[in-house]
Design a protein around this ligand. Sequence first.
Ligand code: MLC
Ligand code: AMP
Length: 477
Amino acid sequence: MLTALTGTFEDRPDALTVAGRSTSYEELLAAARAVAAEAAGAPAFAVTATPTLETVAAVAGGLLAGVPVVPLPPDAGPAERGHILAHSGAAELAVDFARRTARWLPAEAGPSGVGAVRSASGVNGVNGVNAPDRAPAEPVPAEPALVLYTSGTTGPPKGVALGADALAADLDALAAAWAWTPDDTLVHGLPLFHVHGLVLGVLGALRTGSRLVHTGRPTPGAYAEAGGSLYFGVPTVWTRVARDPAAAEALSGARLLVSGSAALPTAVSHALERLTGHRPVERYGMTETLITVSGRAGTPPRPGTVGTPLPGIRTRIAAEPGADIGELQLTGPTLFSGYLNDPAATAAAYTADGWFRTGDIAAIDPADGVHRIVGRASTDLIKSGGYRIGAGEVENALLDHPRVREAAVVGLPDPDLGQRIVAFVVAEGVTGEELTEYVAAHLSVHKRPREVRFVPSLPRNAMGKPQKKLLLDPGRD
Ligand code: MLC
Ligand code: AMP
């Protein structure tokens, strides 16, 4: 898995730079070994995934020790942190990179803690990954390498258990697709608690042996200064680069720009081509499946499309008779092992014949197999700035506020974020800013509504369910 650390790659003092601090593979390996020694035998550990060398060492250490790592969003409030720690049963480890040390932090409220794999509420902890109730296409690994928490349409985030084999299969397929080699310098500034920034952006560099420059934040200026050959960004990042011509022009010397996590507006793709000489390659994935469909280096990307399946991935469209657009379903070696402690949700994610249901609506060009993502089946899963945010989770947080009587959350089109979270609330005696702060403090800062609209009542159907389609009209106030 960690080829650059455990293999025979040429080392250099600045093999990895994260938010301005550089290290060699050898130094990283020493820090990762300290983590592995401390974590050995634990059922799992959590790490607050700040964009730092400490986080990289923690994840590498977990992989070396074979202990599942649970990255915690650093901007998560107590409700979200508490849920992740209690649900995974993971205790938190703190790493000191310079001293090559790692130590356990005292348990926070809840049933977390080393050895607390079975909580009072009956969850199983990290070893309790439940395979779907069917014959799996791939053997289910006993333990995941990573557990990434991600939003569903309702309820708190689910723990997506990813095996080391799936991670390795995905990274090798992507290295081939993008001609990604040790000669590359990968640049990005994405968060280290999701697939894009952590799996592709850190483990990908370690596996291929390429240099990595993590810019701390994904700003156009930082991307321009980094002088990379390979750049990763979510569409919001590329939109901001395209609006900053000087920064964009500095990327002309790059080999490949890659966009993913949400749809890249075609106008942004064209603007980047004018400014940098490159049209970004788009790739499509999910936390549960890793990256499954991608454009290829050397093949000019067609804006608005995400390329073809990676080797080993099979896709199909579940369309109504006569239609060529429908839900994208897939199988392959990069799929997750299951939702932690949630066999019902795992089973529901698959069709009866064992294909993963992405929930994305797509079309496949019959001429060349190129995939196009048209949208999502559910309006309750919002993509804002590339983050996946469940409307139900934000609604529940708002409803916890004593002044809020009703709440409905939708994603409205946004030129910068793709979608922005808009909350329609029935409430008195509270301001929109206060509600925004409330969500930012309890869940994560990136899950806060960007706009709160006070309404006398929510439109509901005969069953009493909020009619969100009516709220999606951008002209509504
Ligand atoms: C703002 N801030 C607040 C706040 N409001 N802090 C506390 N309380 C509040 N109410 C602060 C933030 O902490 C931050 O500070 C600053 O304001 C800006 O925060 P922001 O508004 O959230 O940033 P924004 O500019 O909107 O972010 C855009 C973005 C971000 C593109 C940088 O959305 C991002 O990083 N997206 C990446 C998502 C991602 O990686 N998704 C991949 C999922 S995996 P400070 O100090 O920190 O600046 C996946 C699979 C696949 O999808 O296919 O890849
Ligand atoms: P996440 O689990 O956070 O990785 O989010 C996965 C979702 O992001 C997918 O189900 C898609 O809706 C969306 N997504 C990822 N990549 C793309 C892309 N290139 N184009 C459109 N949507 C994408």
